[in-house]
Structure formats: C-alpha cells, structure tokens
Design a protein around this ligand. Structure first.
Ligand code: SAM
Length: 331
C-alpha cells in the first residue's frame, strides 16, 4: 500500500491483547484507573487470521505481534504459525516482556518465528521491580534471562528494547554493554515517547546515550546492516558479539520513512502511534463485510496516514490528540 506521501506501508503491528502481567510505570502503572476491553470486544484468533489475510493481500509483508503482553493470550503462538503461512507474509516477529518466554521458546521455535524482541529496562532487581511493579524482581529477571538464553540457543534472532529514564535506570548503560559483549544480540535504546504515562518521564536522548557510550568504549563503528523493520542506527565495537541500536523516535523522528500501521486488540486500525484516527475493522468484519470491501476500506484509510507525529509539540503543551496509552496500542 502507498499513502498520500508516497510511503510504502508493508509493516503491521498487531496487538493480540490489552492484558499485561507487568505494570510498567511509564506504560500502564498499577493502581491507575485503566479500563481493559471486554472479552467480547477483543478479536478472536480467527478474526485476527482473517484480517491478516486481507492485510497480506494489500502488501503487508511483516507482522509484529504485540500487546499488552502477547504471551498471556492463549493460542497466540498457533496464530503466529498460521499467519506465517499466509501467502505474502515474509516475517512474523514477537515483542514480549519475557516473563513467559522460557515456557514459550520451544513452541516459538517450532512455529519458525523470525525474531523476538524482549523489552527489558533494568538488570537490577530493585530497579526492575520499581519500574515494572513485579514484586520479586530477582526471580523475574532470572526467568527473563533464562528465556533469552533459550531463544539464543534455539537460533531465533533476539533484540532487547530498553527505555531509559532520567534518575532511574540510565546509570545501567554498562550492564547493557556487557550484554552485547557477551551475547549476539541487539540492544536498542528507545527514547521515551510522551504517550500515556510516558509524558511524566523526560526522554534520555539517543545522542546522550551515544555520548556516554563513546566515553566508555572509545571508537564505535556504525553498523550498516538492516536489522529488522526498524529505524534504529546500530553501533558495534571490537570484541562485541552484538550491537547497540538507537531509536530516536522523539529527537530525530523518522516519520518520513514510516512504513507501519497498527491494529489494536479490539480491531481498530491505527495509522500513527500519535493519532486516534483510523477505522473499526472488528465492526466491519462482524457486520459481514466481504474481504474485498474490507480491503477497500483499509486502503482508503492507509492513504490518509498522517505525515508525522506531534511529540515535540506534546512535550511543550501536553497531549492533545492521542486518547489511548501504549499498552492499549502495542508500542
Ligand atoms: N508487553 C510487550 C513488551 O513488553 O514488549 C509488548 C507491549 S509494550 C507496550 C511494547 C513496548 O512499548 C515496550 O518495549 C515498552 O517499553 C514500550 N513503551 C511503552 N510506553 C512507552 C513510551 N511512552 N515510550 C517509549 N516506549 C514505550
């Protein structure tokens, strides 16, 4: 699909649930008044499959399964396996907080999943608990790390996504560097976006992380190979097994080359992280519209994809357009 700015849209982020087994302070903090969707509002696995077939026929080739926490949704791996077999789909990947990864790794490997992203913000049990709301941080970290080791052993490409917060986990840069020295993984630092609770936390910029990295490690080489669907710039150094990526979504937006759309767990197509604007695919499917009719509506909507997000503006004036938080969209 091509939008009004001639961008090729070939990447779909598919949220399979708005339930999560963590309560990250910048995403969905415990005790906040949040409203999960009724089970009947959330798409069934069959509905996901049918809609993915429409997307594939329209030129979507890469699908990232997200949430909430996707691994808490029963049947999600068999859904991924089925989606992978849809003609035109080249890559199906998963993003997870890793709490249930060790139980799922073998099945994910059998389903021939193309890659896994683990969101991990801290290696310190106390800080991890503070960020995620998980009480036993030590046990949770052990589970997550053992899941990641299994993923590496099974040969599934692994990335770690990290969001730094001023005064919390930003001092842990060295632990993440140690990880890429030891493991063949990509650690990507994503700038805090002013979405939902994220607006309360100042962004540690990619530039700042790069400055600290250079101080610690000296000369870095820009890693040119494309790794995945994303807009990260990668760096590596002598002796590292992996690489570090910087995703400067706030300080250097990549909207001009944005190739992605999103579908929420209740079947709303979203054209940009920052805007509610989109169409209700669940309603269309449930009222019996044909595949061809649904595809026409998707194409019309995608054409209208906004030019760019207004994060910069939001930081100055507060959030104006977005209604949902990240856990409801899928990141
Ligand atoms: N539970 C899954 C996971 O942990 O990967 C998928 C959903 S989670 C919402 C997806 C990603 O969004 C996580 O990496 C999380 O750190 C990130 N995220 C949430 N709120 C954010 C924000 N305001 N700015 C940047 N990233 C955010």
């Amino acid at each position: 699909m091509i939008d009004q700015y001639n961008r090729v849209i070939d990447y779909l982020r598919l949220s399979v649930t708005d339930h999560c087994n963590m309560n990250c302070c910048y995403c969905r903090p415990e005790g906040e008044c949040f409203q999960r969707k009724q089970a009947s509002e959330v798409l069934s696995l069959e509905e996901y499959y049918e809609l993915c077939t429409c997307f594939a026929q329209l030129g979507i080739t890469k699908i990232k399964v997200t949430g909430g926490e996707p691994l808490v949704r029963p049947g999600v791996i068999s859904l991924m396996r089925r989606i992978k077999m849809i003609p035109g789909i080249k890559k199906v990947t998963l993003t997870t907080n890793g709490l249930k990864l060790s139980e799922a790794a073998e099945e994910l490997s059998q389903a021939k999943i193309d890659g896994i992203n683990v969101s991990l913000d801290s290696f310190s049990p106390a800080c991890f608990s503070q960020i995620t709301g998980v009480k036993d941080g030590k046990k949770a970290l052990e589970k997550i790390l053992s899941g990641m080791e299994q993923v590496i052993r099974l040969g599934i490409p692994l990335k770690i996504n990290t969001v730094f917060m001023k005064g919390r986990n930003e001092e842990e840069l060295d632990s993440f560097v140690q990880m890429v020295k030891k493991w063949p993984v990509s650690v990507r630092f994503i700038e805090m976006m002013p979405i939902g609770e994220g607006i309360r936390f100042p962004t540690v910029s990619g530039e700042e992380i790069l400055r600290r990295l250079r101080l610690m490690e000296g000369e870095l080489t820009v890693f040119h190979k494309t790794l995945g669907n994303g807009p990260a710039v990668y760096y590596t150094a002598e002796g590292w097994k992996g690489q570090i990526g910087l995703i400067r979504a706030v300080t250097e937006p990549f909207c001009r080359s944005c190739n992605r759309i999103r579908m929420t767990a209740d079947g709303k197509l979203r054209l940009c992280l920052a805007y509610e604007q989109g169409i209700d695919l669940a309603a269309m499917y449930r009222k019996g519209m044909s595949r061809e009719e649904i595809k026409t509506e998707i194409q019309k909507a995608v054409f209208q994809k906004p030019a760019s997000h207004p994060f910069d503006q939001w930081r100055k004036t507060g959030r104006e357009t977005e209604g949902r938080d990240m856990w409801q969209i899928g990141g």
